[in-house]
Design a protein around this ligand. Structure first.
Ligand SMILES: [Zn+2]
Length: 375
C-alpha cells in the first residue's frame, strides 16, 4: 500500500505540476498576447491615424486605395474619438481647402466674370464703337479745334476764327464772323494745304525772329473793300485777315507775300529791297496810275509784261504780292507770262533771290514753290 500511495501521490503531483505549468503557460501566453495586442493596437492606432490622415490627404488621388489596417483594428473608443477628431480636423481642413478652392474658384469666376464683363464691351457692337471710334463722337467744333491746333503747331502760326476774332477790327470794320463749323473745317483744310507748299521752318523762322503771324479767318467785312488784309501795325504781331470773298488761295499767298516783305525789310536792312525791284519797271512808270500797256495781257507784247494785273500797279508791295500770288496759286504755267522775254520773269527771280538771302530755311536745295515757272 505504501508503494501504491507513493505512486498515486506522484501522479497527483505530476498532474498538479502539469496543470500548474499549463495554467502558468496559458496565463503567460495570454499576458503576452495582451501586451502584443496593446502594442499592436497602439501601433495600429498610430499607423491608422497617420494613414488615415494620409488617406484623407490623398483621397482625391488615391480614392480607391484600400486601407489594410482599418478592418483589423478594433481601436479603443478614445483612439477612435481622437481619430474622429483628427479626421474631423482633417475634414475641416479639407473643407477649408475646399472652401478656399471654392473661393478661389469664385475669385477665378469673378475674374472670369469680370474678364468676361470687360470682354463684353469689346465684343459688344454697342459699346465698341464708343471706345474705338471715339473721334466720331467729337463735335465738329472739337474737330476744328484739333485741326487748327495741329496746323498751328506744324507751321508755327496762329489761326483764329469765329468769336476768337474778339475786338479786332481789320481796317476799322466789324468783321462778319465765320461761325459755320463745316465751313470753318473746310477753310482750315485750305489754309493747311496752302501752308504746306512753303519750305519747312519758313514761318517758324519769322516767328523766332520776333515776327509771328496770326490768321483771322472771317467771312467778309461789310464794305467788301478787301478780300485779304495784312496788318503790320506791330511787327511783333502781324495780323493777316482772310475773307471768303475772293480766290481764297490767291488771297492767302498774296497776304503772305506782304508778310514776307515786312520780314525782308528787317532782315535785309539797310538794303532797300523794294528799290532794286522797282528798277525793273519801265522808266516812265509810276505806281498809283493804271497803264494797261504794261500788263500781262495777250493784247500786249510779251516784252511789255511788267505787271501781272492792273492792281499790281497800285503800289510796289501790291506788285510783289500779286506776282507772288500768281507764282504760288496759278495751276499751270503760262509760258508767255514767265518766258525769257517777260519782265515778270525778272521780277519773279529777284523776289526769289531776295528770299534766298533772307531765310536760313531756304537754300539752293530747297523746293521753292514760287520758282515753279521760272526755272
Ligand atoms: Zn496786297
Amino acid at each position: 500500500m505504501k508503494r501504491k500511495q507513493k505512486i498515486l501521490l506522484g501522479i497527483i503531483i505530476f498532474v498538479a505540476v502539469i496543470s500548474i505549468s499549463v495554467m502558468v503557460y496559458i496565463f503567460a501566453f495570454k499576458q503576452h498576447s495582451f501586451d502584443t495586442n496593446i502594442s499592436s493596437l497602439e501601433n495600429n492606432q498610430e499607423q491608422s491615424e497617420e494613414e488615415k490622415v494620409d488617406d484623407e490627404t490623398v483621397t482625391v488621388e488615391e480614392e480607391n486605395q484600400p486601407s489594410e489596417n482599418i478592418p483589423e483594428v478594433e481601436e479603443p473608443q478614445d483612439a477612435n474619438t481622437d481619430t474622429a477628431q483628427e479626421n474631423q480636423e482633417v475634414n475641416n481642413k479639407k473643407d477649408s481647402n475646399q472652401n478656399q478652392e471654392e473661393s478661389k474658384t469664385e475669385i477665378t469666376e469673378d475674374n472670369s466674370n469680370s474678364n468676361s464683363e470687360s470682354d463684353v464691351p469689346i465684343e459688344s457692337p454697342d459699346e465698341t464703337p464708343e471706345k474705338e471710334e471715339e473721334p466720331v463722337e467729337k463735335t465738329q467744333e472739337e474737330l476744328n479745334n484739333e485741326k487748327r491746333n495741329q496746323i498751328m503747331s506744324t507751321y508755327n502760326v496762329t489761326i483764329k476764327y469765329g468769336s476768337e476774332i474778339g475786338s479786332y477790327k481789320p481796317r476799322g470794320e466789324n468783321p462778319v464772323l465765320m461761325t459755320d463749323s463745316v465751313r470753318i473745317n473746310s477753310y482750315l483744310s485750305r489754309i493747311e494745304a496752302a501752308l504746306k507748299v512753303y519750305p519747312a521752318g519758313f514761318f517758324k523762322e519769322m516767328k523766332d525772329a520776333g515776327m509771328p503771324v496770326t490768321f483771322y479767318l472771317i467771312e467778309r467785312v461789310p464794305s467788301n473793300s478787301f478780300a485779304g488784309l495784312t496788318d503790320k501795325q506791330y511787327y511783333s504781331d502781324i495780323k493777316i485777315t482772310l475773307t471768303t470773298t475772293g480766290f481764297f488761295e490767291r488771297t492767302l499767298h498774296h497776304e503772305i507775300m506782304h508778310y514776307i516783305d515786312y520780314y525782308l525789310e528787317i532782315k535785309l536792312y539797310p538794303e532797300r529791297h523794294y528799290e532794286s525791284y522797282q528798277a525793273l519797271n519801265p522808266s516812265d512808270f509810276v505806281y498809283g496810275a493804271n497803264n494797261n500797256s504794261y500788263v500781262f495781257d495777250s493784247s500786249n507784247p510779251i516784252s511789255n509784261y511788267y505787271f501781272i494785273n492792273t492792281y499790281a500797279q497800285q503800289h510796289v508791295l501790291e506788285d510783289r504780292a500779286s506776282l507772288f500770288e500768281d507764282l504760288m496759286a496759278r495751276p499751270y504755267i503760262n509760258s508767255d507770262c514767265y518766258s525769257e522775254l517777260s519782265p515778270l520773269r525778272k521780277k519773279a527771280k529777284l523776289i526769289s533771290e531776295q528770299i534766298d538771302r533772307a531765310y536760313t530755311s531756304v537754300s539752293s536745295s530747297t523746293y521753292k514753290h514760287w520758282e515753279r515757272f521760272i526755272k
